[in-house]
Design a protein around this ligand. Structure first.
Ligand SMILES: Cc1ncc(COP(=O)(O)O)c(C=O)c1O
Length: 396
């Protein structure tokens, strides 16, 4: 039999479709009799025989590396267009990206709207080690960059679309300003996913993802990753992130990496349904008098719509909306069948998260983040309409 080489899946959205890229990401050359996807390897130590540790690239111990992680990382790296390292959670990945770069006295610039643990990591922990933390309002970070105010920064972190307000930042413009300032640009790409946006192609040095969300998408795994640019300073950053993982032990388990790789294969289908559901639900929310504001970057009237359609490759199912107060949100959840109160997003279930209950975001009591699942659109629309109709109007 002729040996078949793996499908090359690292092209952006060009030659191969997202479905094909996801199914084949991380493929190894075909070996007759081998499973289509290797099973997880659970070993902690490996036989060393009479070889010195690491000789010939052999595995020695699972904390620095593991064969199952390497397959998963090859897959995600192909999608991101960079070199990937996986982590035990999204926050473990974000901490690694920041700690691998920053030293005492460095200035780090972060957006005000973004995952609250990232902000707390900076203000409560990095600051203790002498890092100067500067917060910039998310929609204005592009203007700050354009004015040259990133001068003297060591690292700039973006989250776009931001969570939970869903503002979109211009990655390419901020990457140019960051580079001119001699700083490193890290982009949290969790909401978009690697098939929805390619920050490394747009000039970022590092992209991170909480793979707990849509990439794995079944609400059953905690996982994260860091991908570094394959050129320039990227190689050195990759080695520093790998050393950070090895010495802090923030390595994921092989089962999680294997499960994530398996789940990733359906991301194209899941995102398509989630986005279709989002489009339908946004239409209902925008029209309804019980809702005072709606954000979805693919809603034509959204302030981020033009930038999102230029920069992003496809929509997803994360939507935000404002209700009168906490009571109205509670009532919505109680009156619906399928809108489950849960935090996190990107999973197959449709969820509603009232963000003020967690205390970390500057949002009103009635602000919610909807994560559209993969249920049938008509069922969700009917359920949402019926639940909304039980709420008092907040606008005419
Ligand atoms: C945008 C974003 N980044 C990072 C994280 C952290 O991910 P994890 O919970 O896997 O640590 C989250 C979690 O909600 C998130 O929404």
């Amino acid at each position: 039999m002729t040996e078949r080489t793996p499908v090359s899946t690292d092209a952006p959205s060009g030659r191969l479709g997202d479905g094909t890229r996801l199914v084949h990401a991380g493929d190894e050359p075909v070996v007759p009799g081998a499973p289509l996807r290797p099973s997880p390897v659970f070993a902690a130590p490996y036989h060393l025989g009479d070889l010195p540790p690491g000789a010939g690239g052999a595995d020695a111990y699972a904390r620095p590396d593991n064969p199952t992680l390497r397959v998963f990382e090859r897959a995600v790296g192909e999608l991101d267009g960079g070199d990937c390292l996986s982590f035990a959670s999204g926050m473990a990945a974000i901490s690694a990206a920041l700690m691998a770069v920053l030293r005492a006295g460095d200035r780090v610039v972060l957006p005000t709207d973004g995952y609250y643990s990232t902000r707390l990591l900076a203000t409560e922990h990095l600051a203790r080690f002498g890092v100067r933390v500067e917060m910039v309002s998310t929609p204005e970070i592009g203007e700050v960059a354009a004015r040259g105010d990133l001068e003297g920064a060591r690292l700039v972190m973006l989250e776009t679309p931001s969570n939970p307000r869903l503002d979109v930042c211009d990655i390419a413009a901020i990457a140019r300003a960051t580079r001119a300032a001699g700083a490193v640009l890290v982009v949290d790409n969790t909401t978009a996913t690697p098939i929805g946006q390619r920050p490394l192609d747009l000039g970022a040095d590092v992209t991170v993802g909480a793979d707990t969300k849509a990439l794995t998408g079944h609400s059953d795994v905690l996982l994260g990753h860091v991908s570094t640019a394959p050129t320039g300073a990227g190689r050195e950053l990759h080695d520093r992130v790998a050393a950070w993982r090895k010495h802090t032990g923030s390595t994921p388990g092989p089962f999680e990496a294997w499960l994530a790789h398996r789940s990733m294969g359906t991301l194209d289908l899941r995102l398509a349904r989630q986005a279709a559901n989002a489009a339908a639900l946004v239409e209902v929310l925008v029209e309804h008098p019980a809702v005072s504001a709606v954000r979805w970057p693919w809603l034509a009237s959204d302030p981020s719509a033009a930038l999102a359609s230029r920069q992003m490759l496809r929509p997803n199912g994360v939507v935000s909306a404002e209700f009168a107060d906490a009571e109205a949100v509670l009532h919505l959840v109680r009156s619906s069948r399928f809108f489950v109160a849960a935090t996190s997003f990107g999973g197959i279930h449709t969820t509603v998260d009232r963000r003020a209950q967690w205390g970390g975001d500057a949002v009103s009591e009635g602000f919610v983040r909807f994560s559209c699942g993969i249920e049938d659109t008509a069922d969700l629309v009917a359920d949402l309409r019926a639940a909304l109709d039980t709420l008092p109007a907040v606008r005419g």
